[in-house]
Design a protein around this ligand. Structure first.
Ligand SMILES: [Zn+2]
Ligand SMILES: [Zn+2]
Length: 136
């Protein structure tokens, strides 16, 4: 029987691990990290949900409602960096290329950690989306 050299297996596993959310990494930090591998629909958001918050089934419906029909739009429209906690370059601009490491969240939620702000008027409870209030 052919066997993969141990080193090759090790490298392959490392690659796979890179594509999974870290323990307690939040959805926003994860998707932000994964966008380096390209955007195709809500692939990364769904991967996170399936792995970490399988009960957050309203996500596919709610993210597009908030302007996030794919992962990069989720990062553009649903989550906003909480700028105070991010690095700024010498021009005072947000350095989006080096995200601070995730402040972590409990398992089972698709809420972001403190590095991110949700778009206003959204209520989340127990990882389940409860519907946006009209902001008047
Ligand atoms: Zn996209
Ligand atoms: Zn995070």
């Amino acid at each position: 029987m052919e066997q993969y050299p141990a080193q090759e297996l090790d490298d392959a596993l490392k690659m796979v691990r890179m594509l999974l959310p870290w323990p307690h990494e939040c959805l926003a930090c994860y998707v932000c990290r994964m966008l380096a591998h390209g955007c195709s629909g809500l692939k990364w958001s769904k991967a996170y949900r399936d792995l970490r918050a399988p009960r957050a089934t309203a996500m596919e419906r709610k993210f597009p409602e908030l302007g996030g029909t794919c992962d990069c739009e989720v990062m553009a429209n649903v989550f906003h960096p909480n700028e105070a906690l991010w690095e700024h370059d010498q021009h005072g601009d947000l350095d989006g290329t080096c995200a601070p490491s995730c402040l972590t969240v409990r398992l089972g939620t698709i809420q972001p950690c403190g590095l991110w702000l949700m778009r206003g008027g959204i209520q989340w409870g127990g990882g389940v989306y409860r519907g946006a209030r009209k902001v008047s």
